[in-house]
Structure formats: C-alpha cells, structure tokens
Ligand binder design. Structure first.
Ligand code: NAP
Ligand code: GLV
Length: 314
C-alpha cells in the first residue's frame, strides 16, 4: 500500500467539494482531502487547493508545500500578505478548460459578427430588420492575450475564417493568426479590429490598461468582449463609449465589482450581454490528474509543473 501523502485542504465558494474530492482521490487514494472547515490539525496540511480563500487562510498552515490555484487567473492570490514564502503556486492548465473558454469566445465572436444583438433588439420591436451578412474574412478579430486559454481561443476564431490578430507580451506564433507583441503594438492592433477579445491576466502591468483613451482607439462601432478580468478596463468609460455608440456592442463576463451591482447601467443596455463570470471553469475530471502529478512531484522533493511567477503576476 502506498505511503500516506498527508492532507490537502480545499476552499472554494464556487466549486463542489465532493466532486473534487472524488476526482483527486481517484488519482491519489492515499491523500486525505478536507474542506477548510473540517481541518483539525492544520500542521498536517501540506497542500492547499483554493479559489479566493479568505484573508489569513494560508497563515494557519505552517507546513504547506504547494498551493494549487483552482483556476487559471492567479490575481486573487498573487500579492496576498498571508502567502508562505517559498511555497510554489500552480494554476490549472487544462485543455478542457481551454476548450470551454474557446467555446464561449467563439459564441461571443459569432454573435457580434452575425449582428445578433441587432436582431434581438429588432425582434423585441417586432421588426424584420434585414442586415446583409458579411463573410468571416471581412471581419477582423483581435485576441489580446495568447496564453493557455487565449491561444486556443485565437486558434478557434481563425478556424472559423475570421481575419485573426493576436497580441501578447513576448512574440508568439499561431498558425493563421497575425501575432503582435509589446505595448507599442497594442493601439495598432486595436485600430484594425472589428471585434476585440480581452484574454489577458490581471497584473500590475495590465490593471486599467483599457482606460478611456485606449478604448477610444477601437474602431467606431467595434464590439468588445471581456472574459479576462473587470479591472483591466475602466468600466465607466466603457459604459459611456457604449452609450454614445463608439463601441457598438459588448459581451461581458467579468466586471470591476462582482456580482455586478443591480443598479449598474450595463444591465439595461440592449447592446450588452452580461454573464456572471463563467466563461470557463476548472473541470475536476480533466484537471485532477495534473494536480495529483504535481502533488507527487512535490512529495518527492521535485518542482511542480504549471508554476506561476508571482513577480510577473501570471
Ligand atoms: P496565461 O496562460 O497566463 O497567458 C497570459 C497571456 O497574456 C500571455 O500570452 C501573455 O504574454 C499575455 N500578457 C500578460 N501580460 C501582458 C502584457 N503586459 N502585455 C501583453 N500581453 C501580456 O493566461 P490564460 O490561461 O490564457 O488566461 C487568461 C486569463 O483569462 C486569466 O488570467 C484569467 O484572468 C482569465 N480567465 C477568465 C475566466 C472566466 O471564466 N471569465 C476563466 C479562466 C480564465 P506572453 O505569452 O508573452 O507570456
Ligand atoms: C476564472 O476566472 C479563472 O481564472 O479560472
């Protein structure tokens, strides 16, 4: 029988503990998996798997060896005061999660490219409002952020025949995607795109990157899709530019404040689709194997895969 691995503590207000416990223990039966509220001996906890745990959460566990972020974006973890020094932080890097995100992005891109917001509004007025469709090649889509999820989404978008541009920090190559990198190329990319899709991590460099001046660089009437983080964008400026028509329509999954407050003007804008931060999620059945492999690596004194760089912020 394999030696016990110790305890993994689980914290998430969004993910189901039982499903994750079953998925992890199918890989590692010798691992004890407990919800945070059931931990009696914090000194036995070697592994934490968490999504937005409360402040002070990590301080209670003096023998942590690995922190698994229960998602892709680590902005809610990086920079916390309670992170134990030297303990590696990993993220979920799962093709199924990327596929789920690419599906959402494709839905949003097709929705804007096929003028669906226009037809939805016309239907409510009982109006037969014909608009001649454009071919995908006539529509340019810029995917900003070409990471684990962003690159998959850009690939799917180009597969549909859209003229696809990508933007990242360092140079990337994706077949069929015109890739640009570096801050100095961003405005040029924005100025070419009919649909802009935000897929950047929230870091000190990207926080507020889409302020009023930058949003004004979008082509008049362009569509804006944000599946990354609300704090990348000046939401007041975005709302004003949607109201005056400079930005034609938007699909927004993430917001400056979540849940989006009930009195926020975005709710009532007919050209805006609001979804409650669910473009993609960590999937137990497909992610448990990589988490288990990392636990075994750390238990053997080896560095884990999918480690994030706290200094870089992603
Ligand atoms: P990732 O693998 O960390 O990749 C990040 C990408 O952004 C990389 O291409 C990176 O450039 C680029 N980037 C970072 N900082 C930049 C900067 N200052 N200028 C230009 N490019 C920059 O991220 P991912 O897995 O694709 O996920 C992206 C984000 O999606 C996550 O961070 C998270 O916030 C969000 N997300 C949202 C949901 C949802 O349900 N709405 C679900 C999952 C994830 P390099 O290639 O040069 O490193
Ligand atoms: C969700 O927003 C994630 O970053 O995984």
């Amino acid at each position: 029988m394999a030696a016990p691995l110790g305890t993994l503590v689980f914290y998430s207000d969004f993910d189901d503990f039982g499903t994750w416990k079953d998925a992890l223990q199918a890989q590692l039966p010798q691992l004890q998996v407990l919800p945070a509220c059931a931990v009696e001996r914090p000194e036995d906890v070697h592994y934490a798997m968490a999504w937005k745990p409360p402040a002070g959460f990590f301080q209670q566990m003096p023998n942590l060896r690995l922190i698994v972020n229960l998602g892709a974006g680590v902005d809610a973890l990086v920079g916390r005061a309670d992170l134990p020094a030297g303990v590696p932080i990993t993220r979920i890097t799962d093709p199924q999660m990327a596929r789920m995100m690419a599906g959402y992005v494709l839905f949003a891109v097709l929705r804007h490219a096929r003028d669906i917001p226009h037809f939805e509004q016309a239907q409510r007025r009982g109006e037969w409002a014909y608009r001649h469709p454009r071919s995908p090649q006539e529509t340019s889509v810029a995917v900003l952020g070409l990471g684990q999820l962003g690159a998959t989404a850009a690939h799917e978008v180009q597969r549909q025949g859209f003229r696809t541009l990508g933007w990242s920090r360092s140079p990337r190559q994706i077949d069929g995607v015109a890739c640009f990198s570096g801050a100095e190329t961003l405005d040029g990319v924005l100025g070419q795109a009919d649909i802009v899709v935000l897929m950047l991590p929230l870091t000190p460099e990207t926080h507020g990157l889409f302020d009023r001046a930058r949003l004004q660089r979008l082509k008049p009437g362009a569509a804006f899709v944000n599946v990354a983080r609300g704090a990348l964008v000046d939401q007041g400026a975005l709302t004003a530019l949607l109201a005056d028509g400079h930005i034609g329509s938007a699909t927004l999954d993430v917001f400056a404040r979540e849940p989006l407050p009930a009195d926020d003007p975005l709710w009532a804008m007919p050209q805006v689709l609001v979804t409650p931060h669910l473009a993609s999620v960590a999937i137990p059945s497909s992610s448990a194997r990589q988490i288990a492999a990392n636990i075994l690596r750390v238990a053997a004194g080896e560095p884990p895969d999918n480690r994030i760089d706290p200094a870089r912020g992603y």
